[in-house]
Ligand binder design. Sequence first.
Ligand SMILES: Nc1ncnc2c1ncn2[C@@H]1O[C@H](COP(=O)(O)OP(=O)(O)OP(=O)(O)O)[C@@H](O)[C@H]1O
Length: 309
Amino acid sequence: MIHIENLVKRYGNNLALDHLNLDIQEGEVFGLLGPNGSGKTTMINCLLALLKYDKGDITIFGKPMRVDSYDIKQEIGIVLQNVAVFDTLTVYENIDYFCGLYIPNKTQRKRYVEEAIEFVGLENYVKQRPKKLSGGLLRRLNIACGIAHKPKLIILDEPTVAVDPQSRNNILEGIQKLNAEGSTIIYTSHYMEEVEQICSRIAIIDHGRVIAQGTSEELKGLLKIGETIKIDQIILEENDLALLNSLPHVFDLTYDFQMLEIRCTGDKHNLVRILDHLQACDITFGRVLSELPTLNDVFLEITGKQLRD
Ligand SMILES: Nc1ncnc2c1ncn2[C@@H]1O[C@H](COP(=O)(O)OP(=O)(O)OP(=O)(O)O)[C@@H](O)[C@H]1O
């Protein structure tokens, strides 16, 4: 559905997109995950032909995307980072206005606008003006304006930044519902939990390049780490640490302030093996926690830095 090849975008001397390649298939909820400044918004703006780029090719629905590709744009719904609604219009009028850019038939439009209002849960606010809405409700309005015309492709650029948990859940559930109804979704975020929750495939972006892509499981499969076991209130000597380090599947450990962190490669019985060993050595300990790898671990292993600032 979308093909991006060798996309290069410079802002002066700053190389924002560095020969970026990406393919997105119909029916996916595709996540673009990357830290602040990695190039996600720039990529979206190039994709939508809102921004000129220096090099590369972009095709959408099998056709080259250009500034005047109105037939393609007609089928795309956009929800950008900055809320873009009219302060002088009510909630209903705003959605009606944006929907009207694509749907001239009044009866059909009325139905679409009402469906969009119900979809984002703004039924009780239709007559209010945007200034009276909370940040979360405003973002929901922004989404309704972007999706009311039932586009084939919906692009959402960080739609949950600075929203309350209720609106966040409403937005995430809504995205899944839109996808179930047939829309392909591109979703950018630097919140890895969200991306993991709703995206069928994910591209991790850093310094304007796709550094890894696949399903969440495939990305985690790239990792050496399979599990991190954390044990607190444990007192260990040098030889205890050496013995723990030599256990099967243990590849790294840290010990600080009576807190032990053991990183293991993937295996079903890491935790049992380690606890059995501690018991056999008569070593007491406090709480025990076993954590599976996250997308942050993938990012950390590939780039050496955390996904979040
Ligand atoms: N209009 C602009 N002028 C100059 N540099 C820009 C402009 N927009 C973005 N950049 C730079 O391009 C790079 C990519 O920025 P971009 O906003 O695309 O990243 P992002 O991944 O969307 O970040 P965020 O998550 O913070 O939105 C950054 O180094 C940024 O400073």
